[in-house]
Design a protein around this ligand. Structure first.
Ligand code: GLN
Length: 473
């Protein structure tokens, strides 16, 4: 019976003829079937994935050179476009909408012979921290089904956690890859803003959004990052910096790092004491191993969540104005008397509660009377954070902190308290506000039986050292 460990092992098995792509796809399809109640998938491309696997097996037999991700079975979050497949952002407003083109990241996966097995459930328009805001219903955490998998890329996390694919893509605007990875006990990587093209990603907050990677181990994340990164004419915010061979971390010898941590993050009242002591223990261990790990004063902790929610809702209110019932997507069926009421009916019926809350918040903070008090103020906080971050990285190579203040919480626990839900993003939004790469490494278990990780960050475009240091953890 096949079981997946790493892409490297899988490729070895393929090369020695122990398994075929077709067998592996059948294995994952069976797991998907058995994990149906977790609700991780919006759609499974069973026939298509099998056909592609057969084609790849044939290609191999003919001796045609294989791509870097030959036969790698990937799931993609339902905000990432895949030509001729539905993409709905888990929203009723896009129900049955079919992509007209593929995201650049998807094209790059396919160019390297990956197999896309399905689209994955998430919070509507990637807004949320628990995957409870999906029009397809909640996603369940496979370790404890009474708990959330985190969000917004909950389906992407659970699909990897429950062995329904080898790796998956999510998006991370304020933690949506790292926090669900943390809650599910897997690796979650959010690269530098601009490292991966956002072309073909349904926008939430464009100056924060970034595609991220879920995997069972760091080398797999490195390899996928190597494939999907790079400049793209279709996204002017994508970076033209050359893409290093991230998979080389496999051959890089261990070395000591200069690491900073913020005492404020460990002393925060919202942090679970067990998580705190695990991270403190890790700091001691890293010091004993020869790394420099030092506290740095971070005076902005209480401002980052408010700044994040002001700026992202502002951007969302603008981005989501395109869903109006006129151009595409859902249109209210009841005859509208005029254009304004068509917009109103369509948007009232098509968007879920959390999305409406954010559109209204964003509209408010951008309104003439409040623009300076909220939007401008938050932009100033963002600027201060960037300056602070630059100073820190002048002296240190990495920052570590918890990924989330608690382990995966119970379904419904925070659902009626949006502020509590927002505040739980305290450790993840920083990296998006300043655009740096960040990775959640799954290394701990809580007495509740749930996993949790530690978050590692490096300076912009320093993914190589981010992956290398994370692997040594
Ligand atoms: N929980 C955060 C939010 O709701 C992050 C979401 C994300 O990264 N897409 O905005």
């Amino acid at each position: 019976m096949y079981s997946f460990t790493t892409i490297q092992d899988f490729h070895q098995d393929i090369n020695t003829g122990r398994i075929t792509c077709e067998q592996v796809v059948r294995y994952f399809l069976q797991n998907i079937e058995q994990s149906k109640r977790l609700n991780a998938f919006v759609e499974v491309y069973a026939e298509e994935a099998l056909q592609r696997a057969k084609d790849l097996d044939e290609k191999k037999q003919k001796g045609i050179p294989s791509g870097k991700l030959f036969g790698v079975v990937v799931g993609i979050k339902d905000v990432i476009c895949f030509k001729d497949h539905k993409v709905t952002a888990a929203s009723a407003i896009l129900r049955n909408f079919v992509s007209l083109y593929s995201a650049t990241a998807v094209e790059k996966l396919l160019d390297e012979d990956a197999i896309i097995i399905g689209s994955l459930n998430c919070d509507e328009f990637a807004m949320g921290s628990s995957s409870e805001n999906s029009s397809y219903g909640n996603v369940l955490n496979a370790i404890d089904e009474s708990r959330v998998p985190g969000g917004s890329s909950g389906g992407s996390a659970v699909a990897v956690q429950a062995n329904c694919c080898m790796v998956s893509l999510g998006t991370d605007t304020g933690g949506s890859v790292r926090q669900p990875a943390d809650f599910c006990g897997i690796v979650g990587l959010k690269p530098t803003y601009g490292r991966i093209s956002r072309y073909g990603v349904l926008a939430y907050a464009s100056s924060f959004d970034q595609i991220g990677i879920f995997s069972k181990n760091i080398p797999d994340a490195a390899l996928v990052l190597e494939v999907v990164s790079g400049a793209d004419d279709f996204d002017s915010t994508s970076s033209s910096k050359p893409v290093p061979e991230y998979s080389e971390i496999q051959n890089m010898p261990a070395r000591p790092y200069k690491i900073a941590y913020f005492r404020e993050t460990l002393e925060h009242p919202s942090l679970d004491p067990e998580i705190r002591s695990a991270i403190e223990g890790l700091i001691d261990k890293l010091q004993a191993e020869g790394h420099t790990v030092e506290p740095v004063k971070f005076e902005f902790l209480d401002y980052i969540v408010p700044a994040y929610y002001v700026l992202t809702t502002a951007e969302a209110s603008s981005n989501l104005s395109r869903y109006d019932g006129v151009k595409y997507g859902y249109r209210a069926s009841e005859a509208a008397s005029d254009l304004t009421s068509l917009y109103k009916k369509t948007r009232s019926e098509g968007f879920g509660g959390e999305v409406k809350r954010r559109i209204m918040l964003g509209t408010f903070v951008l309104s003439a009377g409040y623009y300076d008090a909220y939007f401008n103020k938050a932009q100033q906080v963002r600027k201060l954070l960037i300056e602070k971050t630059n100073k820190i990285f002048a002296d240190y190579e990495a920052i570590i902190m918890p990924t989330a203040p608690s382990v995966a919480f119970k379904l419904g626990e925070k659902n009626n308290d949006p502020i509590a839900m927002f505040l739980a993003d305290i450790y993840t939004v920083f990296a998006n506000l300043v655009g740096i790469p960040s990775l959640s490494v799954p290394i701990f278990y809580h007495k509740s039986g749930m996993p949790f990780g530690v978050q590692v960050m490096t300076n912009r475009f320093q993914e190589l050292s981010l992956l290398h240091l994370s692997k040594s953890l």
